[in-house]
Design a binder for this molecule. Structure first.
Ligand code: NAI
Length: 334
């Protein structure tokens, strides 16, 4: 039976993947630690590894995996910026991902964050529990009529834009490859990044992390944001220069910031550090702003998304074991 080693595996991964493998066609080994060059040896005897966003699948890690007989890296996520695709191709290792498990999950989470941040639900919730029924400091704004800038109009960006349209917002968007038909159908307009920064009262990021989008939101971009917008990032932490973000927050250039992702998540996000000392000073500083809301990369965490992730990944693992081509559109190549 084909063995698969899972890394950074959480109880919900084990639950959904075990359910998906009800026929017992595959043998799963769940590791709670992350995959990197130092842990790759634990994949010995496995034909595939199944990894998530914070596993570090660099060249040395891939070399070790190939040496131990691994033939497939299956990402149980959409993003693949943590895998050295060139090295994988050179080592004859295939890489697959789950390109679209539930764009609704992430788009809806982006809205959940924005609504919470805007109406200060996170603060109101705590206040009322303390029997503090005062409303001071809880003033939000109507979403209706506001201008929203969507950067990246792929699957998630489009849905996010459409939900904002449902609230009666004006949506302007930016993408390297504009979809004019979609934009016209939803009364959405494509604009330059400069116009988005200048006019938006809400900005939501939905591009993948690439060399071009790394620190897309830096000091220069933040200084062009004239309307003190709320900034939402449910995409990848490294799209934002955290140092510049903290400065902009201190200078009151932003009304609020909602993050589901952070620049250096590894070792922090997905872990219970409540009995530990937080070593990341910038994250600690971000947590002190009452207009910053952070969730720990949970945009994907819905039942529908987890079912789809495990279904697509298991089908690809079976394809590997039966020497069949992988599911269409799931293979990632350099
Ligand atoms: P997608 O591939 O459908 O869309 C990405 C869009 O970004 C495309 O339209 C592409 O043309 C555009 N793009 C690429 N480079 C660009 C650039 N330099 N400037 C402007 N636009 C650019 O991807 P999808 O499914 O919408 O996901 C977007 C991102 O969301 C993923 O890459 C991933 O990083 C993140 N994500 C976060 C999750 C979470 O749990 N928070 C879960 C799933 C995805």
């Amino acid at each position: 039976m084909m063995k698969v080693a899972f890394y950074d595996a959480k109880p919900y991964d084990e639950d959904f993947f075990t359910r998906q493998n009800h026929s017992g066609a595959l043998e799963f080994i769940f590791h709670s630690f992350r995959l990197d060059e130092s842990t790759a040896i634990t994949a010995q005897g496995c034909s595939a590894v199944c990894v998530f966003v914070n596993d570090k699948v660099n060249r040395r890690c891939l070399e070790a995996l190939a040496q131990h007989g691994v033939r497939l890296v299956a990402l149980r996520c959409a993003g693949f910026n943590n895998v050295d695709l060139t090295a994988a191709a050179e080592l004859n290792l295939s890489v697959v991902r789950v390109p679209a498990y539930s764009p609704y999950a992430v788009a809806e989470h982006a809205l959940a964050l924005l609504l919470t941040l805007n109406r200060r639900i996170h603060r109101a919730y705590n206040r009322v529990r303390e029997l503090n029924f005062s409303l001071n400091g809880l003033v939000g704004f109507d979403l209706h009529g506001k201008t929203v800038g969507i950067i990246g109009t792929g699957k998630i960006g489009k849905l996010t834009a459409q939900i904002f349209r449902g609230f009666g917002c004006e949506v302007i968007s930016y993408d390297l490859y504009p979809d004019d038909g979609w934009a016209a159908a939803h009364q959405i307009r494509y604009a330059s990044l400069a116009e988005i920064y200048e006019k938006s009262e809400i900005i939501s990021l939905h591009t993948p992390l690439t060399p071009e989008t790394h620190h897309l939101i830096n000091e220069a971009a933040l200084s062009q944001m004239k309307k003190s917008p709320c900034l939402i990032n449910t995409s990848r932490g490294k799209l934002i220069d955290t140092t510049a973000l903290i400065l902009a927050l201190k200078n009151k250039q932003l009304r609020g910031v909602a993050l589901d992702v952070y620049e250096i998540e590894e070792g922090i996000f997905f872990e219970d550090l409540s009995h530990d000392v937080l070593q990341d000073d910038e994250l600690a500083r971000l947590l002190t702003f009452n207009n910053v809301l952070i969730t720990s990369h949970q945009g994907f965490l819905t039942e529908e998304a987890l079912s789809e992730i495990s279904r697509v990944t298991c089908e690809n693992l079976v394809c590997l074991s039966e020497n069949k081509p992988f599911l269409e559109g799931t293979r990632v190549e350099p």
